[in-house]
Design a protein around this ligand. Structure first.
Ligand SMILES: Nc1ncnc2c1ncn2[C@@H]1O[C@H](COP(=O)(O)OP(=O)(O)OP(=O)(O)O)[C@@H](O)[C@H]1O
Ligand SMILES: [Mg+2]
Length: 255
């Protein structure tokens, strides 16, 4: 099928258990090479759980069982021969709270690059600048690259966190409520930088903010009770959903 080849990441029949408690039920969802997919749904519906399964973050939590297929470039990321360090570079994660390390802005972005193969100072400078530009924060930090990243505003810290992930040249960015800890103005600035990235990257973003989902995503997936209720074009999901549950949620009846 031609359509299938356009997907960078395809998940099939995903079930996930925290001990005996099942948290995800038979999720089938695919992500195109470029663009933004929003994952929406009420608290506890499984959005974070699903997002974290996409780069094997649950590997670190004892008692979690993940089932299903996760095809990335047609390889299953859960197969034994998949290199985890490589996976986390190619599928990077940005968290809800900005998470800069307590070092300089420059070192925050250079961190992942220095873990890899040897790289010259000149190349490092170039890559750091490129990542900060892509994350839309270069102009604000270019004169304070040596300053501690913790001294930046929340919105700047979050864009530096995005730059840190971008520096390792991922294909996919996973973002779990990346603007929920920010004021509305900083949120919009972060949103704008995400919009710029969608041309080149596959972004998967969990958000509680419906306006945000509507503004930035092309595709929206609605989760409820660990199930994927509906997925489709963002416009359709918000204006003309097929399922009553989706309609109730997007119109603010619950969640
Ligand atoms: N480490 C864990 N151990 C046991 N249960 C968990 C764990 N993490 C999450 N859960 C449960 O799995 C379900 C889904 O949680 P998840 O965090 O994925 O929801 P969410 O949609 O991201 O919610 P929110 O919008 O509040 O962030 C919930 O019932 C939650 O209590
Ligand atoms: Mg969550």
């Amino acid at each position: 099928m031609a359509e299938k080849e356009n997907y960078l990441l395809t998940t099939k029949n995903v079930n996930l258990f925290y001990g005996k408690k099942q948290a995800l039920f038979d999720i089938n969802l695919s992500f195109p090479k470029n663009g933004i997919t929003a994952l929406i749904g009420p608290s506890g519906s499984g959005k974070t759980t699903y997002l974290r399964s996409l780069n094997r973050m649950h590997d670190l939590t004892p008692g979690v069982k993940v089932e299903g297929k996760f095809l990335f470039h047609n390889n299953d990321i859960y197969s034994d021969n998949f290199d985890l360090v490589d996976l986390r570079k190619r599928i990077g994660m940005v968290f809800q709270q900005p998470t800069p390390f307590p070092f300089s802005v420059y070192d925050n972005v250079a961190f992942g690059l220095r873990l890899g193969k040897k790289i010259s100072k000149h190349q490092l400078d170039e890559d750091v600048e490129k990542a900060l530009r892509q994350a839309g924060v270069w102009n604000e930090v270019k004169d304070r690259l040596g300053a501690n990243a913790l001294g930046l505003s929340g919105g700047q810290q979050q864009r530096v966190s995005v730059a840190r992930v971008l520096a390792t040249k991922p294909d996919i960015l996973l973002l779990d409520e990346p603007t929920s800890a920010l004021d509305p103005i900083s949120s919009r600035v972060v949103e704008d930088s995400l919009l710029d990235l969608k041309k080149e990257y596959c972004l998967i973003i969990v958000t509680h903010n419906m306006q945000q989902a509507a503004r930035i995503s092309q595709t929206t997936a609605f989760f409820n009770d660990g199930r994927l209720i509906e997925v489709g074009k963002t416009r359709e999901i918000f204006l003309n959903p097929k399922e009553e549950e989706t309609q109730d949620y997007v119109s603010g009846k619950f969640g």
